[in-house]
Design a protein around this ligand. Structure first.
Ligand code: AVJ
Ligand code: FE
Length: 430
């Protein structure tokens, strides 16, 4: 059973945060495209309500939305592979509506959606409404795109953003060192249980909602491996850049021979203890330069959720929910914190920042788990990306909502995508 008031409250909280994020942008930047491959900013302000209408109102409840033309226009934006791809950019030929029209559409959508969440019959015999799927799809989709917005905003020139008065930086962490820890061979559970109340009775814990790519739950035997206790920092990564092995990260810039961090609202002298945010390609190359490699997805699970006793826990630190003392996530700030700055979030093996302060690249290609079925409320969500061209990221960043933090949640991007808040941790087979 869904708690309707709680869902409506989450919807409202999402919408308030999305509006606050759009308020960070100077209005004249509204049609800008901070990442050349992605749609312009205007698309996202329409996409959030349009998607909620499609997933919950149309597919879930079988009801009409508020404006079929705008719902179609804002339904979806796919990233082509590269800027010189033959495929035209998303929305290259689109004439986008004036902002007033997009905002009015959002207001009308919010009224319709809020009323439906509180009062509409939830017909569980509709595939897109089983266990209220379409409702959670809408809610988690908006939360996910709040991270998209923030990493897009990171690319906008500072003059096109409105700088908040208070910027909560943590700059002066000690360098965390290069300790590694050996995780012994053992089993790791990947994915989540999709079944119903019968499993609960058996002491299993099906999650209320998961995206299609999170099912089914399965156990993998993970051989022993050795892994960094801390994320790779800017200080660690700097010699690799200066030796000319890779282009500098998208979050770095060099002025008069000095390195800076391209922060959300200003450039900062490169904070040495912050994790380096890099592409999967560069993360892989960095690890190889140390004679090491990235964690596999299964090794990440073992490192984050496994324990010496063999039990697994829902969070690296145990069973308590994800509050900000455990990790740098849930919009705690605009930029990273020093590696190791949230020791209360360390895993049972003493590994820091597995969930928070930047996603963790894995060496695993994004692929379906055994038993994968595309979800009825959004069948294209994952299936289109099982193409051997996307890698799994695990964990969370400063811009990941706490509602998305669970062991089975999987994120994915192309290996050359340098814009996400994603960090490196090196490992080796033991
Ligand atoms: C799962 C973050 C890769 O942003 O491309 C949002 C999520 N899919 N709308 C993305 C998504 C459709 C997706 N990622
Ligand atoms: Fe989307």
């Amino acid at each position: 059973m869904v708690h309707r008031e709680a869902a409506a409250e989450w919807y409202a909280r999402n919408r308030t945060r999305s509006r606050a994020l759009f308020d960070l942008i100077e209005p004249e930047a509204y049609y800008a495209r901070p990442i050349a491959l992605r749609n312009p900013i205007v698309f996202y302000e329409g996409h959030l309500p349009a998607f909620s209408i499609i997933a919950l109102i149309n597919r879930g409840l079988g009801r009409p939305g508020v404006d079929p033309r705008l719902e179609q226009l804002f339904a979806r934006g796919i990233d082509p592979e590269s800027e010189d791809d033959a495929t035209p950019r998303s929305g290259a030929d689109t004439r986008w509506p004036p902002r007033d029209e997009v905002l009015a559409f959002g207001v009308a959508a919010d009224a319709l959606i809020t009323d439906a969440i509180l009062h509409a019959p939830f017909d569980e015999s509709r595939p897109a409404m089983r266990r209220a799927e379409g409702l959670f799809t809408a809610l988690e989709h908006e939360a996910m795109h709040q991270e998209t917005l923030l990493y897009m905003w990171h690319r906008l020139p500072h003059g096109r953003k409105r700088r908040p008065v208070y910027l909560p930086y943590e700059l002066n962490g000690d360098l965390p060192g290069h300790a590694t820890v050996k995780v012994p061979a053992g089993a790791a559970t990947l994915g989540a249980l999709r079944r119903g109340p019968a499993d609960l009775a058996q002491g299993k814990h099906p999650i209320p909602f998961g995206w299609d790519n999170e099912f089914e739950a399965h156990s993998l035997d993970v051989p022993a491996f050795d892994v960094d206790v801390h994320s790779v920092t800017n200080a660690d990564y700097l010699p690799f850049v200066e030796a000319g092995h890779v282009e500098p990260p998208a979050f770095w810039l060099r002025e008069d021979g000095r390195w800076f961090w391209r922060g959300m609202f200003e450039n900062l002298p490169l904070p040495p203890a912050w994790p380096a945010y890099v592409s999967h390609e560069d993360a892989t190359a960095f690890a190889a330069s140390k004679g090491r490699r990235l964690l596999t997805e299964a090794e990440f699970h073992r490192a984050a959720y496994g324990t010496p006793s063999g039990d697994e826990r829902p969070f690296p630190w145990g069973t308590a929910g994800p509050d900000r003392t455990r990790g740098h996530f849930d919009f705690a700030s605009w930029d990273p914190v020093p590696a190791g700055a949230r020791p209360a979030g360390a895993s049972a093996w003493g590994i820091h920042d597995l969930v928070g302060n930047g996603w963790e690249w894995t060496s695993s290609l994004f692929a379906p788990f055994p038993g994968f079925v595309p979800m009825a409320s959004y069948p294209e969500y994952s299936a289109e990306f099982f193409d051997g061209q996307h890698y799994v990221m695990k964990g969370a960043s400063s811009a990941t909502a706490k509602e998305l933090i669970r062991p089975s949640f999987r994120n994915w991007f192309r290996p050359n995508y340098p814009y996400v808040y994603a960090k490196v941790r090196t490992a080796a087979s033991a």
